[in-house]
Design a protein around this ligand. Structure first.
Ligand code: MN
Length: 197
């Protein structure tokens, strides 16, 4: 039995254009993420971790199982945070206030987040998370790592693996990161921030 399924995108494949093309979605979601799902399902067969929720697998697995489970968790959060509707593209609610409290302004937050994404060497992810006290932090995570491994609650992430942007932006990672703000759905990020564990 397949424990995990490829997530369904909450928008059509062309909905994020021109920031993310439907070709990139086809490869990134339809090939890369689908590959991680297939790999993890195979690795879980006969494993003592089979049947556990994805987050638990990320916290307990090692090696290839950790890498594939981490990438599924990361991509589910990534693809689930965008909207093509040009809806709430700036922070709302309590989260808007906390961003100003912890970074000075939304502009200052975006600048630091983009800088940490642009300067992450190799493959990985830049994250906005909340710590146990509700303070916001920006972290760089390499390869398939997720902030839950540090006890943080992940809120927002930009994927800086080349497969996330190379078809559309080639080597221009900073341009890709700067464009992503246009499609972030802050209602989703606010929900992640306010939901109780
Ligand atoms: Mn990716």
């Amino acid at each position: 039995m397949e424990q995990f399924e490829l997530m369904t995108l909450p928008y059509s494949p062309e909905a994020l254009e021109p920031v993310i093309s439907k070709e990139t979605i086809a490869f990134h979601h339809g090939k890369h993420l689908a590959g991680y799902v297939n790999n993890l399902n195979g690795l879980l067969e006969g494993s003592p971790l089979a049947g556990l929720p994805l987050e638990e697998i990320v916290l307990k697995a090692e090696g290839g199982m950790l890498n594939n489970a981490g990438q599924i968790l990361n991509h589910n959060l990534y693809f689930g945070q965008f909207s093509g509707k040009q809806g709430k593209t700036t922070p709302i609610g309590t989260l808007a206030e906390v961003i100003v409290r912890d970074f000075g302004s939304f502009e200052a937050f975006k600048e630091e987040f983009q800088k940490k994404g642009a300067t992450l060497f190799g493959s990985g992810w830049v994250w906005l998370s909340a710590d146990k006290d509700g303070k916001l932090v920006i972290t760089q995570e390499t390869n398939a790592a997720n902030p839950i491994q540090k006890g943080l609650k992940p809120l927002l992430t930009f994927d800086v693996w080349e497969h996330a942007y190379y078809l559309d932006y080639q080597n221009r990672r900073p341009d890709h990161l700067a464009a992503l703000w246009q499609i972030v759905d802050w209602e989703v990020i606010e929900e992640r921030f306010t939901v109780k564990d």
